[in-house]
Design a protein around this ligand. Structure first.
Ligand code: GTQ
Length: 351
């Protein structure tokens, strides 16, 4: 009999008479109790996001092939989407809120100007000579650089070099699409506006100022050079030899808040031979190996992130990263859903 006041077994849909169910359907009504435990499971959410590893080399080969098969005029953005099988490949999701794409631009090509409601970033994987023009600011693309194209900012990609350029796109497209707010607009092209001064943000602790007035732009810094992020990590590691988690967050240098509103971006250094366990937190995460290689363990799965490999890990899951080199540090780029979870009040770290 009932003594805890809790109801262990809830009624199923099949327990209801068919004529009653038909009448509910006719009135666009649904009983909650057969689905209550599915939408509010005990203690840990159900997650479609599966731990998924995308090795770079086979992806690169297929992307280079796409360059032969599909001219830029037929693609606009020549991207292979890193789709999480847990969501279904057709959904083009890495996690609930994150989209990942690997984009190829060949010498001389132009991916024309547009803007859209989803926020995007680019993490440059290989090649020199490409640039992204963001609201008139020309951002050169080198390996490891992070370039923001936040919601509503015009952007186009061009390439003056002589080798293919490849970068990782991270967008909050699945979330913005889910809330029925995803759309784009086009312009023929943008003009370069020089001297926007954003480069001055790359010097720690100082912000560009004009007659004692700081920038009022929503996105004052658009390009985060890898050389600066790496130097920051190396100096933290040297200064704090006992600190296990050597990490920086890509921020808006005027506000100190996350660089974008929905997804968070970080760089992480593993010391030579280091094993680092990141606790289970509510947001899903993406790891991309910028330099070196790392063994990744997520619950009962283990794989190696070689240079330029990418993986996605569901939320509420601990991740162990081990630097495979005993002599060199390893560097990872991390994207997650923390800003979204914090704004919604659902952010959690599980001990
Ligand atoms: O480069 O603007 O991977 O609009 C998906 C949508 C890249 C881009 C993507 C985009 C872009």
């Amino acid at each position: 009999m009932q003594d805890t006041g809790r109801f262990d077994t809830l009624g199923r849909l099949e327990d209801l008479p068919q004529d009653y169910r038909d009448e509910l359907t006719k009135q666009n009504l649904v009983p909650l109790w057969p689905s209550l435990r599915a939408v509010l499971p005990p203690h840990v959410p159900s997650r479609k996001t599966q731990t998924t590893h995308w090795p770079y080399q086979p992806l690169r080969e297929l992307l280079i092939k796409a360059g032969e098969l599909t001219p830029i005029e037929k693609a606009e953005r020549r991207v292979l989407v890193l789709a999480n099988p847990g969501h279904g490949l057709d959904k083009m999701q890495a996690s609930a809120a994150m989209y990942l794409g690997m984009q190829l631009l060949l010498p001389g090509e132009l991916a024309p100007a547009h803007r859209h409601t989803p926020n995007a970033i680019r993490m440059v994987v290989e090649g020199e000579g490409a640039w992204t023009l963001v609201n008139g600011e020309k951002c050169p693309m080198s390996r490891g650089d992070l370039i923001l194209t936040p919601t509503g900012l015009w952007h186009e990609h061009g390439h003056d070099g002589d080798q293919p350029v490849i970068w990782l796109d991270v967008l909050d497209l699945p979330l913005v699409y889910y809330i029925e707010a995803s759309y784009h607009e086009e312009v023929p092209s943008q003009t370069v506006v020089p001297g926007q001064g954003a480069k001055a943000y790359a010097r720690g602790g100082v912000a560009p100022t004009t007659v004692f007035q700081r920038s009022d732009k929503a996105y004052p810094m658009l390009r985060y050079p890898w050389a600066d992020a790496k130097a920051a990590l190396l100096s933290i590691a040297e200064d704090q030899p006992d600190q296990a988690c050597v990490q920086v967050t890509y921020i808006n240098p005027e506000t100190g808040k996350d660089a974008e509103n929905i997804l968070g971006f970080y760089a992480l250094m593993l010391r030579p031979g280091q094993t680092l366990t990141l606790p289970a937190r509510s947001p899903a995460q993406v790891f991309h190996q910028i330099e070196g290689s790392a063994d990744v363990t997520v619950e009962d799965q283990a794989f190696t992130l070689a240079e330029a490999d990418t993986c996605a890990v569901p939320g509420y899951t601990a991740v162990t990263l081990k630097n495979r080199s005993a002599s060199e540090p390893a560097f990872l780029f991390v994207a997650d859903e923390s800003p979204l979870h914090r704004k919604l009040g659902v952010y959690e770290v599980r001990a």
